[in-house]
Design a protein around this ligand. Structure first.
Ligand code: FES
Ligand SMILES: [Fe+2]
Length: 450
């Protein structure tokens, strides 16, 4: 695909029809993307949300399926259909027992793998547990995260070897937020090289003290280039996606390259400092998603040498009390309904008036058009959107190859393709940028660049 310059209106392959938009955004059982995503392990929630056995289940919805997640008394994790097979009472209110969950209505009991174990409201000789098939998905705890596999294969895929999953607990942190929109527009915000210096930067790029209060340190370095518009954006394919570099001037004979990763099916990594970053955009259903903000230090030494963490937290991001909705326990205070607690005074005079990069992104991605699913047939795309277009084409290509030829998508078989990082690095003009950043973006053992 050779990209035209500037205006992409009417250019075949660089615009999207309503039909393609449907294909890209619908995630329920049997849909094109739903089937693609079911080939992979899916991050459900950080393990810390389910730290104690037997306390209470969590209401989960993934790829449009309502589920409950619980840890039985024996420590095993169950992710099972939300409604009892008898008369569909909510298993969320079930009683967690040593080896399963018991429906509160008439006492039917399910094991963590969904097997119906008892129907105690009728005599033993009349019970028909074997005829009951309750939905359930296998879970593993890996890297401080509960992952599930919702696909058709008996053989589980390899667990993705992300660096954040491989480091000790104390070197990483997870933050998760419910988002009131389709997963794809949140993902697209994570691989969008030209918005950072507009949405997230102070109106006066030289205002460092203002930037320090709400931007991570590598943004502040980019501010110093004084260039809101990148000189170039270059894309390089990797084994499970692509990485791209946005180039900005950085003095004589040197350029600042901000390098992001897009990784199939719904991961990105923003350019970090020594504190590295990754994002997951898990689809809850067609109109809701979860944004994961992951940070980690690759080594103990690096963690020790960095005096102050780069992680900025804002009171507006604290969680609201949970409701009856799935994943409502991770909704931040700043929401669509309260204009993200914007300060219009700050907005007018200093910077985007919403607190911090995360909520600023949230404000934009939850409100792209009047519906929770952005209508991509109405966009007017430009060369600044090439990374977004590329990711959409990659998703459509992999999902179509799976449907038509049964081709396994990238990453399912080789977990080492996930051994990558993003970076923000000054590279001399005299060498190709990929050479200049290679040792930063590849984690040892990586097969991402072959
Ligand atoms: S509805 Fe669950 S046991 Fe009857
Ligand atoms: Fe952003």
């Amino acid at each position: 695909m050779t990209a035209p310059t500037g205006n992409y209106q009417g250019v075949s392959g660089f615009t999207f029809t309503q039909e393609e938009n449907e294909q890209l955004t619908r995630v329920g059982p049997g849909t094109l993307m739903g089937n693609l995503f079911r080939q992979y392990w899916i991050a459900v929630i950080p393990s810390s949300f389910l730290s104690e056995s037997g306390v209470k289940p969590l209401r989960i919805r993934l790829l449009c399926e309502d589920l409950v997640l619980f840890r039985a008394g024996n420590g095993k994790i169950g992710l099972v259909g939300a409604y009892c097979q008898h008369r569909l009472a909510p298993l969320y209110f079930g009683r967690i027992e040593d080896n399963g969950i018991r429906c509160l209505y008439h006492g039917w009991k399910y094991a963590t793998d969904g097997t119906c174990m008892e129907m105690p409201n009728i005599p033993a000789e009349q019970q028909f547990c074997d005829a009951i098939h309750h939905p359930s998905y296998p879970c593993v705890e890996y890297g401080g995260v509960i992952w599930t596999y919702m696909g058709p294969s008996k053989e589980l895929p390899a667990l993705p070897e992300f660096e954040f999953a491989l480091v000790p607990d104390e070197q990483r942190s997870y933050r998760v937020f419910h988002q009131e929109c389709n997963y794809l527009q949140v993902l697209e915000g994570g691989i969008d090289p030209t918005h950072v210096m507009w949405l997230h930067s102070p109106y006066n790029l030289a205002d460092e003290s203002l930037a320090q209060k709400h931007q991570p340190s590598q943004h502040i370095v980019a501010n110093k280039s004084g260039a809101r518009t990148p000189m170039a954006i270059e894309i390089v394919d990797t084994a499970a996606g692509f990485m791209y570099g946005a180039k900005r001037p950085f003095g004589a004979g040197e350029d600042l390259w901000r390098v992001n990763q897009f990784i199939m099916p719904f991961y990105s990594m923003p350019p970090g400092s020594e504190l590295r970053g990754a994002r997951i955009y898990t689809p809850i259903d067609d109109e809701n998603s979860i944004k994961w903000q992951i940070n980690w230090y690759p080594t103990q030494e690096i963690m020790q040498s960095v005096k102050k963490g780069d992680r900025l937290n804002f009171p507006e991001e604290e969680y609201l009390p949970a409701t009856h909705e799935p994943y409502s326990f991770i909704r931040p205070k700043a929401t669509k309904a309260n204009d993200y607690l914007i300060s219009w005074d700050v907005h007018r005079t200093q910077r985007m008036g919403i607190a911090g990069v995360n909520l600023q992104d949230r404000c934009v991605t939850e409100n792209e058009g009047p519906t929770p699913i952005l209508d991509r047939s109405k966009e007017n795309l430009c060369s600044g959107d090439y990374t977004t277009i590329k990711a959409r084409r990659m998703l459509l290509g992999a999902a179509t190859a799976l449907r038509q030829r049964g081709a396994l998508p990238p990453g399912v078989k080789d977990p080492r393709v996930y051994r990558v990082r993003a970076t923000s690095k000054v590279v001399p003009d005299s060498i190709p940028w990929v050479e200049g950043v290679k040792s930063d973006v590849l984690v040892s053992g990586s097969t991402a660049l072959g």
